[in-house]
Design a protein. Structure first.
Length: 552
């Protein structure tokens, strides 16, 4: 009889080891075991729970033969049992439906469970989970059954660990490829919205999850702002602030957070909203740019799952890649905005300069033009592109003045403002220009640039000449009046004497001579009268190179 039992155990053991060695996916390994053991060991149900290292809780891995309500109960077993399992010891219990210390006793009774054998799943001297065998009939597990079940549990632990290892390696390769693809995609664009959308769409698909969200820290108030999401409703996204959630606080401090059951984890604040959205598990990771945390990325699953280390590492790496891309995109945004502001300021400055009617230009220390206004372009009959970068001295080669008289040259030499007026020829027309140059000093006090303003002062020059002519005319008029006044006194005396003499003379020849004198004196009187009423004059040619004045 003993031999038959041992043979039966051996066949079961071989079958389990064969099953576990043939399957590489640890989820498939667990599903295969819990479906096969009830028939092999004559029990009604089997479950496997894995230890979540982050929460130290046993989370459901696979189950067969039990209702969802029973599997979802709050507590797994008594505190004493759970402590024994964590310590690596098996626990066999009967009449569990009659115990009053058990939590959720009504669920146990409604499920009809009477006996339970709970076995630690151990790998490399560490408990990584538990295997539970359940019967709906009262059954006392013998020492041989417990010993054999422990051996099976050890094989389960090896199978799960090997499967996990293989899956982790496979996932790492896949995740590495996905990180490369993601890095290429997000770094191929400097459009912040496109970068964010790429991240939130690809990550949940890579991990087989429901959705993803990104919230970035705002520098103004240090609050998280939702900037991108995928697979989530607007109602859920607008549920309220998340800064005070413990999982978010941990992510902002730089640590990833994996939550198996969001309904019962105190690190979740909006449990009802997550339940309505159908979210069961969550992975929250920091978004970093260098050593600085700039936001939080959350991946949400609509099925209960324990995120593996490779999945967590993938999410962390992807978030870091995204963080660098986000930082670059935001920097590009800021640079673009700055350039736009500079361009706007330049346009504003150009509009102002173009409204200035005098010609205006700016030259650097090498006397190259770096700025010209529209008036100068029109005067030179050259475009802005043709003028910018030109040699300043080359613009004035045809002008008649010495180089040391140039105001720009003087400013560069002395560092002080300078003004110079000179005559220019445009065709046959003569124009006068007033050029004023002023220095622009650098931080070292040296001249960095020179601003020159060129004004057409031809009209001013003509007015000055007219004023000079009026002054000359006034002088001549006043001189003529003075001369006429001085001549009139002896003239009238001579005229009176000649007229008296005419009356006393009897000789006709002498009288004719005196009449001639009187006539000439009267003509001089007419001339002096003209001189006193003189308003102008004009120059006329006379004999040889001499000129005379014609009185107006």
């Amino acid at each position: 009889m003993m031999l038959l039992q041992e043979q039966k155990y051996l066949k079961v053991y071989q079958k389990v080891t064969k099953l576990t060695s043939m399957v590489l996916d640890h989820q498939q390994v667990m599903d295969t075991i819990v479906c096969s053991l009830p028939d092999l060991l004559s029990v009604d149900a089997a479950t496997i729970r894995l230890l979540d290292a982050e929460t130290s809780q046993f989370v459901m891995g696979a189950a067969h033969g039990l209702s969802v309500e029973y599997l979802s109960r709050y507590s797994i077993d008594t505190e004493e049992t759970m402590e024994m399992i964590r310590s690596g010891y098996p626990v066999a219990r009967t009449d569990v439906d009659l115990e009053t210390s058990q939590h959720d006793q009504e669920l146990v009774q409604s499920e009809g469970v009477k006996s339970i054998l709970t076995l630690p799943i151990i790998f490399q001297d560490a408990t990584i989970g538990m295997l539970r065998l359940l019967t709906r009939d009262k059954r006392i597990f013998t020492a041989d059954e417990i010993s054999f079940s422990m051996a099976l549990a050890e094989q389960v632990g090896i199978a799960i660990s090997n499967s996990r290892m293989f899956t982790e390696m496979e996932n790492q390769v896949d995740f590495m490829k996905e990180v490369q693809v993601l890095s290429t995609l997000v770094n191929s664009s400097l459009d912040l919205s496109a970068v964010l959308d790429t991240i939130v769409e690809r990550l949940p698909k890579s991990l087989g999850c429901k959705g993803c969200s990104i919230r970035l820290l705002q520098s103004q108030n240090n609050q998280l702002e939702l900037v991108a999401s995928y697979g989530l409703s607007e109602t859920y996204l607008q549920r309220g602030k998340v800064e005070n959630e413990k999982n978010v606080e941990a992510a902002l401090s730089g640590s990833p957070v994996s939550i198996f059951d969001v309904r019962r984890d105190d690190r979740i604040f909006y449990k009802k909203n997550m339940e309505e959205e159908g979210i069961q598990s969550l992975l929250s990771v920091p978004i970093k740019a260098g050593h600085e945390v700039i936001g939080v990325l959350r991946i949400l699953s609509d099925v209960a799952r324990c995120f593996t280390s490779s999945e967590i590492n993938f999410a962390v790496t992807a978030a870091e890649v995204g963080g660098v891309a986000i930082h670059n995109a935001k920097t590009y945004q800021q640079i673009t905005l700055l350039f736009n502001q500079i361009e706007e300021n330049e346009r504003f400055l150009a509009d102002i300069l173009d409204c200035i009617r005098p010609q205006l230009l700016v030259v650097d220390k090498a006397k190259h033009l770096i700025l010209v206004n529209k008036v100068l372009q029109e005067t030179m009959n050259r475009s802005e592109n043709e003028l910018l970068g030109c040699d300043y001295d080359g613009l004035w080669q045809e002008q008649d003045y010495e180089e040391h008289e140039c105001p720009v040259t003087r400013v560069l030499a002395t560092g002080k403002s300078a003004t110079f007026t000179h005559r220019t020829l445009q065709g046959t027309e003569v124009y006068w220009c007033e050029r004023t140059a002023s220095p622009m000093l650098g931080s070292d006090g040296e001249v960095e640039y020179v601003i020159e303003v060129i004004r057409d002062v031809t009209a001013k020059r003509q007015l000055e000449e007219e004023q000079l002519e009026r002054v000359k005319l006034q002088g001549i008029v006043e001189l003529a009046g003075t001369v006429a006044h001085e001549i009139n006194s002896p003239l009238f005396a001579a005229l009176g004497t000649a007229q008296l003499l005419e009356e006393d003379l009897e000789n006709k020849d002498l009288i004719d001579d005196v009449n001639t004198i009187i006539r000439n004196l009267k003509e001089i009187g007419v001339l002096t009268k003209k001189m006193t009423s003189m308003t102008g004059f004009e120059s006329q040619d006379y004999v040889g190179e001499a000129k005379i004045v014609a009185i107006k």
